[in-house]
Write a protein that binds this ligand. Structure first.
Ligand code: ZN
Length: 144
């Protein structure tokens, strides 16, 4: 099997059965994002303790690509520091939006890279990540 096919399987898999769907217990950070181009919506909650992302979950509805991207995001940022998560976003953005080679190994996020050839879908990939960044910058989660 070609490595490209493997990556696509990962997207299909995460799109169909997303990981970390829901809301974290006692969230410290949250943000929502929308991608009007495709109609994707994501609501991301995080629990960050001492600069480490202990838990990350998402809700929302969107296409398979945005769901897979959010699912992969939550898996990848768990256990990372805020700085590590931000640099992961920078690497992914450089690779997908600017089409540069990433400075670091993207790991399973490599699965998202072929989508850079489809400009209409790029925002489906980056939506969850922009939402992550605004959650990290932002405010404490609303209590409701
Ligand atoms: Zn989409």
């Amino acid at each position: 099997m070609e490595i490209q096919d493997l990556y696509q399987e990962l997207i299909v898999d995460h799109g169909r059965s997303p990981r970390n769907k829901g809301r974290v217990v006692e969230p410290t950070h949250a943000a929502e994002g929308t991608n009007p181009l495709c109609g994707d919506e994501v609501y991301l909650t995080l629990r960050i303790v001492d600069g480490v992302i202990e838990d990350a979950q998402f809700e929302g509805c969107g296409c398979a690509v945005s769901t897979a991207s959010a699912s992969l995001l939550t898996e990848q940022v768990k256990g990372k520091t805020v700085e590590e998560a931000q640099s992961l976003f920078n690497d992914l953005r450089d690779c997908i939006v600017s089409k540069k080679s990433p400075e670091n190994d993207l790991g399973p996020l490599e699965a998202l890279v072929p989508i850079r050839e489809y400009p209409m879908r790029v925002k489906c990939v980056t939506l969850a990540w922009h939402t992550l960044i605004s959650a990290l910058k932002g405010n404490h989660a609303p209590t409701h």
